[in-house]
Write a protein that binds this ligand. Sequence first.
Ligand SMILES: Nc1ncnc2c1ncn2[C@@H]1O[C@H](COP(=O)(O)OP(=O)(O)OP(=O)(O)O)[C@@H](O)[C@H]1O
Ligand SMILES: [Mg+2]
Length: 270
Amino acid sequence: MLNFIKGSIFSRNQSEPVPEEAEQDVQVLAVWGSPGSGKTTVSVRLAKYLADQKKNVALLLCDMTTPMLPCICPPAELECERSLGSILAATHITDTLIKQNCITHKKISYLTIIGMLKGENVFTYPPYTQELAAELIDHLRDIAPYIIIDCGSSIAHDILSAVSLLEADSVLRLVNCDLKSISYLSSQLPLLKDQKWDADKQYKVASNIKSNQAGEHIEQVLGSVAFKISHSDELENLALAGNLLGELTLKDSRSFRKEIARIAKEVFGV
Ligand SMILES: Nc1ncnc2c1ncn2[C@@H]1O[C@H](COP(=O)(O)OP(=O)(O)OP(=O)(O)O)[C@@H](O)[C@H]1O
Ligand SMILES: [Mg+2]
């Protein structure tokens, strides 16, 4: 077996060629936005897209209220049960600690996942500090060349998501084409402005745009939007089946797939 990058958790058969990794500007991408806007969906599908392109990717699922691991693939497809909580319970983060608590996918070998397990909640583990969360993001950079963070919407109550937003190299800011979603974002953005959040690293994204919604008018409210992600019934059905990492093949999801590829190209150059 051969280590792909120094200190990486990833390994593969020596017979497999090692793809060249171009130096990219963005390594850590945080996906954030209104509740229910599609943050987890977009994070998971972007991570799958990169893994399908033979890029080693770590997917950090921050949601501690609703652990998302049980929703992204059947449990039998995951190598083991390990928890983000065990990482955040430590006094200091090390690369080894992260590697010990990463979950690899049996079929998607380029993907590793970190998240809370079914049945766990924020009180399952001791409280953690902002400094520890920053250490985690920093050490994740040693773990994989591509890191996608599925943030929780509520940054006022979720340290890891708030720190991820501040520490990420780039951020996708998702909004649905409805007034509730837009109202949520306008209430949260002042919190980030106080933190001197770098507005230049954000991409505004209109997400899960349905055919009856005035997606083309969203820019009148938000200003220019970098990406417009369509609704797909096929994707919704994968989500209902608890298999967000499943294959999308139908014509119905073509526009969604194209936009995910466009995001990967624009953000990571992949
Ligand atoms: N492009 C899409 N096509 C079809 N369904 C979608 C799409 N994006 C999101 N959804 C559906 O919308 C719902 C919310 O999506 P998701 O859970 O990804 O949002 P979220 O922003 O992560 O939510 P939360 O705030 O609860 O974390 C899910 O039922 C998901 O299947
Ligand atoms: Mg989510």
